[in-house]
Every structure is written in structure tokens, then in C-alpha cells.
Design a protein around this ligand. Sequence first.
Ligand code: ASP
Length: 322
Amino acid sequence: MREQLDGAGGLRHLITLEGLHREVLSGLLDRAEKYRRLPGQPAYEGRELAGFTVANLFFEPSTRTRASFDLAGRRLGAHVLSLDPHGSSRAKGETMLDTIYTLEAMNTDVFVIRDSEAGIPEFLIDHVAPHVSVISAGEAHLSHPTQGLLDALTIRMHKRRFAGLKLAIVGDIKHSRVARSTAHAVMTLGTSDVRLVAPEGLLPAETEFRGAHRCTGIEEGIAGADVVIMLRIQRERMAHGAALDEAAYFREFGLDAQRLKLASPDALVMHPGPMNRGVEISSEVADGPRSVIREQVNNGVAVRMAVLASIAATLTRHRKPL
Ligand code: ASP
């Protein structure tokens, strides 16, 4: 894969957290903290992306990530195009490249891309012009780097450390790009006790998530945990849309107030959304005092601003002179 950093160490593309050192991740989180504003406060408005054009290309449905990138770009002064390129043929490589080249001709500087097919962001990195960047907003089941960063920021805001934390990820880990990116982020930042909690059929392959522990019982998995991340069952990634007995799943793997007592008393409850209330999490927990689910959404905008601003600073060095 082509480097995500340029020769000077600046962020050039962001399609995976793999290969990015702790200092790079921490730097992005530091920057995001500066952009972070609580609901009710005036949003940060800056000019870091003035003169830049960002195109959001979401080939898979998305509400929060798309809105988040949209706002992040606008709040830093970018021109933001949000296209909905649905109904494209399966000759997607071709079709997508044509779209990219067309938008490049209109001076697009950054492509934010979400696709259900693995390999598309990397393919684009290899084809975009030298002054253009690619950010992944979700690649198949493999990678969702800005979600990993926003989860890390949420944890850091509350716990102020990563070393020594016990973190449980519960649910459909096998199909979850969030689990992959978030586990990668926290492990890079220093957390070593990461537990993957799922029914046997939803655990990832043994070759993945190196260093994490696997567990097929939620009680054991969340015992003493400082952070509990609940995941949605992703039927759209299952071969046959898998029949699921939702009530049985909730009984075995759902997080309710009773079960949450097994975790640390100040445990954070997280969920990337969209939530299926009553399937993986009860409303009482989702809306309860330990939940930081809306903070994750708030932090998502700040993290995306930080990523866009870092990339814009790098791109400035690669632009052609007037
Ligand atoms: N929104 C997250 C994603 O895009 C999680 C999910 O869809 O369940 O992967």
C-alpha cells in the first residue's frame, strides 16, 4: 500500500489506522480536542480548509458519518460536495474512477469515500493526482479509521489514559470495521486488555486482532471492564441475511442495566450507531448515566475536522503554484 504519510511525515491519506504510530494518532486527538465544542456552545469555525474542495462519495448508506464529514469540512471553510452515487453498475472500479477524474477536473482536493467493497480506498490512492487525498469513511468490514479515532478520543476524554484499561467489544465483531479500527487505535495507544465478546459464529478469524482475548460469554467478557463497546448485528454483511432470534440474542449478549453492574462502576458504555435498542442494548443503558454514545457523535465531528485540517496542511505543500 502507498504511504499514508508524505516524506515530511504529514498526513496525506487516511484509509486505515494500521501502520500509523502512536504519535500520529495522539497528534490527531490533540488537534480534535481543540475543535471540540459541546452541544450548546458555538461550533468552532475556522479557515483551515479555505480554498479546498471536499467531495463525499458514499456508495453505502450513512447518516451520521456523512453528516459529520459534511459539517467538519464546512466548519473549516471547505467547499463540500456530498454526492449520492447510488445505482452505479458493478463495473464499479471503472465507474468510480470516471467520477473521481471528473471531480478532480473540478479542483476537488479530498475524496471521502465509503464503499462496501474491500480495497476501493487503496485503489483510489493509486489513481488520484499527486495533489489529491483520499479518506476512508468506512471500507467493507475492514476499516473505519475516523470511527477508531473518535472512539479513542471519547475514551481519552474520560479516562485520560489508555494503559491499564480493560476494554470489551461486544457483538458482531466478525463483520465490524468499527471493532477493527477501534481495537487498533486503543492498542496502538497503549491498551493491552482488549476483549472480543461474541457468539462463536460472530468472532473474527484467529489471525485477526492480534493480542486481543476472545470470549463467548458476555458476563465473563465485561467483568471489571472500564469501557464496553456494543456493536450492531450487521445483517447486510452476512451471506444469507442470517435469521436472528433478536429476543434470544438480547438474552445472551444484550447489555441491560443488570449486566452492566458486572463492569467497573465508572465504566463507559459506547456504541457506534445505529443502535438496535432491545437487540444489543437496552434503552435504559443507551440513555443511562454510563452512556457516552452522544459524546461519540460530538467527538466524531472534531476528529474529522482534525483529519481534514492535517491533510489540508500536507496538501498545501503538494499543490501546483499559480
Ligand atoms: N456506523 C458504523 C459503520 O459504518 C457501525 C454500523 O453500521 O453498525 O460501520
